[in-house]
Design a protein around this ligand. Structure first.
Ligand code: 16G
Length: 243
């Protein structure tokens, strides 16, 4: 029940109440939620407060809105384990989803950014491919990816290749052996343009993953900064007990 005397904001109480209903299985993925008006009548709270509660659950990915219809319970998020080095295409195919890309930028340029040069061990005379793509699964945008790829290893890369799997090309066509990567995960926000590309609210949270990938013999190959939709993705790691 909603307690109006409580110091806990009413919108938060309502969001918790909806969350509990979902956990109890009262609503399942695909179900339509009661309207804002029904919630506001039932709990005697303003529609603005109802909207705030629903928006917070939409931003978390638990609910989604369909224009002109209502609010629906979302499918569970994609659970991505962080145990090994895989490509986006492999990850999606393993789930029975079809990966695709929307290429935003593809250029071979001198590596002008010092932060990238430092990671890739390059000088100002070295070239990188700067690649930016929206990564989609079953035509749903999942992430925006910015790649800086050491051009020395793949002089003939062209834009058609990165319309599909980059790792496939690197390993099967270019004869490279990808060895290992270091990955960092942090919370981030995105620009208005990026929110439009990801089809999320402009203030929706995203998960920023930075990956530094190395070839088998240890040479740095790529720096990748990806912004994943926090409403569609969660990452999990297995932790052996350390003593
Ligand atoms: C993933 C990798 C990225 C790699 C890409 C290749 C992260 C954060 N990034 O998105 O480093 O370049 O896969 O994917 O996991 P592709 O082979 O499907 O093009």
């Amino acid at each position: 029940m909603i307690n109006k005397q409580s110091s806990i904001p009413i919108y938060y109480q309502l969001a918790e109440l909806i969350r509990e209903r979902l956990a109890a299985g009262e609503y399942v993925p695909g179900d339509m939620l009661p309207s804002e008006r029904e919630f506001s009548d039932r709990y005697d709270i303003s529609r603005m407060t109802v909207r705030q509660a629903i928006t917070s659950l939409v931003n978390e990915g638990i609910l989604h809105r369909k224009k002109g219809t209502g609010t629906f319970v979302s499918a569970p998020k994609i659970n991505q384990t962080l145990g090994g080095l895989t490509s986006f295409s492999e990850d999606m195919k393993a789930r029975g989803l079809t990966p695709s890309n929307k290429l935003l930028r593809f250029e071979k340029v001198l590596c002008t950014r010092k932060d990238i040069r430092d990671i890739l061990n390059l000088t100002e005379e070295d070239y990188v491919y700067e690649i930016e793509r929206v990564r989609l699964a079953d035509n749903q945008p999942m992430a925006i990816e910015s790649i800086w790829l050491n051009a020395r290893f793949v002089p003939d890369l062209h834009r058609d290749i990165v319309q599909s799997s980059l790792y496939d090309y690197l390993e099967k066509e270019a004869g490279l052996v990808i060895g290992e990567a270091t990955q960092m995960l942090e919370a981030s926000i995105i620009s208005f343009e990026e929110a439009e590309l990801l089809k999320v609210n402009k203030d929706a949270p995203v998960l920023m993953i930075e990956r530094h990938t190395y070839l088998q013999e240890g040479t740095p190959l790529e720096v990748v900064r990806s912004r994943y939709r926090a409403d569609r993705y969660r990452f999990s790691v297995d932790l052996p007990r350390l003593r």
